[in-house]
Design a protein around this ligand. Structure first.
Ligand SMILES: *[C@@H]1O[C@H](CO)[C@@H](O)[C@H](O)[C@H]1NC(C)=O
Ligand SMILES: *[C@@H]1O[C@H](CO)[C@@H](O)[C@H](O)[C@H]1NC(C)=O
Ligand SMILES: *[C@@H]1O[C@H](CO)[C@@H](O)[C@H](O)[C@H]1NC(C)=O
Length: 726
């Protein structure tokens, strides 16, 4: 039996749900409220009262709900948040904060909430807490299954409630100039001009399957046995992955995947609600706090004793802060959703920023250039003016950079990748400005940006996707396709790449690379195509006090899947049209025996498997993953391409590339970009996503095997543009 078809037990699940996270010592107040709620049973036999909203009233036919009651609930939960101030003050007095350089600091930099996110957080938390209350009072009395409950709550829109201020940001109306603009907007809005907010930054992730939370609203799901799930670290430590059968893929596959992830998805972690400070959930040496010092937004990962890595470091607690919540679709109540801070489309938002303000901040405003730092013989990214919040690795005395996305600094290879593309933008801009002396800064910037995005899309769909999925994706543009990044893609499928076995990256190496980073982008780039996948990777290395340790990235990803309410691996197998495993033995045709054994050691039932775990354990088929992760990735990349009005090859855009320009863009490979923007790399394998071999020998950057894109095709003298002006 799969979890989503289980019925709720009235006594067990709802009350424990309620008390777990938010009540913070207000237990008695709650009880008074609940009892009051119970006593006020309306007459079920009569229809809805005349002054009541019939649509709303029909949602719960037995215990009819009305706006007054919803407002009352909202005011009640708002009081809970007011009380939370005391708790946060206690944490402040106790000096509980994220210390620079710790693994928690690394996690924080990676999912740093932007002001737009924190602004929405409070209203969203209140909506979630109110939903939880209503679920408790109304779904329980109607004995609804958790999914039905969630779906009913979704029908309650917040426009008419005390939380309507949260609805103002949703819904974007597109003007004529947005519709006919030759260039895509910076924030992704109006790509679809009928539904202007689709794809826009700071909107919620979509879902392939309805969220599954215990109690239906916000608490992590449990095992089908009703016990808590095994610790994410336990699962990760025991998991034995398959080695990759095709040993030809290079590290570049992973780093491109990460670069794309930065383009398409950026989940934020919650901050303290009153003080706005980052939340620390474990002490810097990796031990749990006493409950008094644990912030309610914490969902720490317990490290089991005898852990192969952490026990010798005496680490028993890995920090995990729940992701910043967001209102449901169309400003609705219901299960907790999460926000995507990035634009949902492939549009180089990690290079250009996700809002106009951010983008302007990154520009030089002469000749279409992006701001950079000039060294004697090279240019690197602009140095960050805010290293405390932008960087983790301060203790290595490494420079801290700024770009469109703060994750530019999480890994030296990533920094190299960003540097490569900022240089490519400036290379193109310089060429265009030189060739078309009549173009102003804005035209040069937008034209260069448009070419850079086209290059990134072409490399993704022409080189990277065939390597990852073992198939090509050529979906044609249709305005009814929705670009919204799925929570499953952002939280599991694209993250799975990070846990694919990769060569050893020792702590010492990591530290060294941070220090010599600004001296050698070339070295980092060449490592990407010279190394192949082999062993697991630890991330977010930090040296809190005495012991240096890293946060196991897969543990965090498993925990995030639970935090986001992703249903189980089996549920996604069904979604993908695959057979459901009823016993662990049913997994035999799909997974290696050692992988199945490792799953049996941590999970009580095959119906409990987390999506990312089951997905990684599958034997790869044509591409890098088995059928389940491939299905989630394929869905996303089909929609990302098919929905993008400004996709480089789409002729149905206001001013498509000319035939000769398209021919030039289609020549681009990642090898070419590296040749054109590295300092001294003169030879490179034409297929960067494959390691060097007889099949893929290194070639000179001047060879015909690595064709050049001829920017003469953008010569304004020869090609007239179809400028559509409003
Ligand atoms: C609920 O609250 C909102 C905002 O405070 C208010 O405009 C609305 O009239 C209230 N509805 C009821 C039925 O009390
Ligand atoms: C723009 O770039 C030029 C030359 O690269 C540099 O001299 C100037 O300081 C930059 N201006 C800004 C505002 O970054
Ligand atoms: C810059 O390049 C020149 C010529 O290749 C070289 O002599 C010099 O050492 C380089 N400077 C630095 C700081 O790398």
């Amino acid at each position: 039996m799969i979890a989503s078809t289980m019925h709720y037990s009235k006594e067990e699940e709802f009350p424990s749900t309620m008390l777990k996270y938010y009540l913070i010592g207000l237990y008695s107040v709650t009880l008074v409220f609940i009892c009051h709620g119970w006593n006020e049973h309306p007459d079920n036999t009569r229809g809805c009262k005349r002054y009541e909203d019939p649509e709303l009233c029909s949602i719960f036919p037995m215990k009819k709900i009305n706006w007054k009651e919803i407002n009352k609930t909202i005011i009640f939960v708002q009081n809970i948040y007011i009380r939370m101030e005391t708790r946060e003050k206690i944490l402040g007095y106790a000096d509980i904060k994220i210390e620079t350089g710790t693994p928690s600091h690394g996690l924080f930099v990676d999912s740093n909430p932007e002001p737009e996110t924190t602004e929405m957080m409070k209203v969203s938390l209140e909506a979630v807490a109110a939903s939880s209350q209503i679920a408790y009072e109304y779904c329980t009395s109607e004995l609804l299954r958790r999914e039905e409950c969630g779906e009913k709550l979704r029908r309650i829109k917040l426009w008419k409630t005390a939380l309507r201020s949260g609805c103002q940001r949703l819904g974007k109306i597109c003007m004529k100039e947005d519709v006919y603009s030759k260039y895509r907007s910076i924030d992704g809005s109006c790509n679809n001009y009928m539904k202007g907010e689709r794809g826009q930054s700071f909107t919620i992730y979509g879902r392939l399957l309805f969220p599954e939370y215990m109690g239906g609203v916000r608490d992590p799901r449990r095992s089908v046995t009703r016990q808590v799930l095994p610790s994410a670290r336990e699962v990760s430590a025991k998991l034995e992955l398959n080695s990759i059968p095709d040993q030809m893929r290079s590290w570049a596959v992973l780093f491109w995947g990460q670069f794309l992830e930065h383009d398409m998805a950026h989940t934020a972690m919650s901050k303290m609600i009153h003080t706005g400070k980052p939340i620390e959930c474990c002490d810097p040496d990796g031990r749990a706090f006493s409950p008094r010092y644990e912030h309610p937004f914490c969902m720490t990962i317990k490290v089991p004793p005898n852990d192969p890595y952490y026990s010798e470091r005496d680490v028993t607690c890995l920090s995990y802060v729940r992701s910043a919540p967001a209102l449901g679709p169309d400003c609705s109540m219901g299960p907790m959703e999460q926000i995507n801070q990035a634009t949902h489309l492939i549009d180089a938002s990690q290079i250009y920023g996700v809002t106009k303000a951010k983008s302007d901040h990154l520009r030089n405003f002469t000749k279409g250039l992006l701001s950079v730092t000039h060294l004697t013989n090279s240019t690197i990214l602009e140095i960050s003016k805010n290293p405390q919040s932008d960087c983790q690795q301060r203790k290595f005395n490494a420079p801290c950079y700024q770009s469109g996305d703060k994750r530019v600094n999480t890994d030296p290879h990533m920094t190299a990748m960003y540097t490569l593309w900022v240089r490519e933008h400036n290379r193109i801009a310089a060429y265009l400005a030189d060739m078309n002396s009549g173009w102003d800064d804005e035209t040069v910037f937008q034209e260069a940006r448009r070419i850079v995005i086209a290059e990134i899309q072409h490399i993704t769909y022409n080189e990277w996707i065939p390597s990852i999925l073992g198939t090509r994706i050529k979906t044609e543009y249709r305005p009814d396709i929705d670009p919204t990044v799925s929570n499953e893609f952002a939280t599991a499928a694209i993250r799975a790449l990070n846990s694919v076995p990769i060569g050893k990256l020792s702590l010492a190496d990591e530290e060294k690379k941070h220090t010599y980073l600004h001296k050698s982008i070339d070295l980092l780039l060449s490592e990407m195509y010279k190394n192949k996948f082999t062993g697991r990777r630890l991330y977010y290395i930090g040296k809190p006090r005495e012991v240096t340790y890293g946060v196991d990235i897969l543990s965090v990803d498993i925990q995030r899947g639970r935090d986001h309410g992703l249903p189980t691996y089996n549920d996604y197998r069904l979604y993908c049209g695959l057979s459901e495993a009823e016993t662990f033995d049913d997994l035999r045709p799909i997974m290696l025996p050692k992988a199945i054994e490792s799953l049996k050691k941590s999970y009580k039932s095959v119906d409990d498997l987390d999506l990312i775990v089951g997905g990684l354990a599958e034997k790869p088929e044509r591409g890098m993953f088995g059928p389940t992760l491939t299905c989630v990735l394929k869905d996303q990349f089909e929609r990302t391409r098919g929905s993008d009005r400004y996709f480089y090859s789409n002729p149905d855009q206001p001013s498509p590339f000319s035939h000769s320009q398209l021919k030039e863009i289609e020549k681009v490979t990642l090898a070419r970009i590296i040749c054109d923007n590295s300092e001294k790399i003169e030879k490179i394998p034409p297929k960067v996503f494959e390691i060097v071999s007889k099949r893929n020998p290194e070639q000179s950057c001047d060879s015909k095997h690595i064709p050049r894109l001829d920017l003469q095709a953008w010569n304004n003298e020869r090609y007239t543009y179809n400028h559509v002006t409003s």
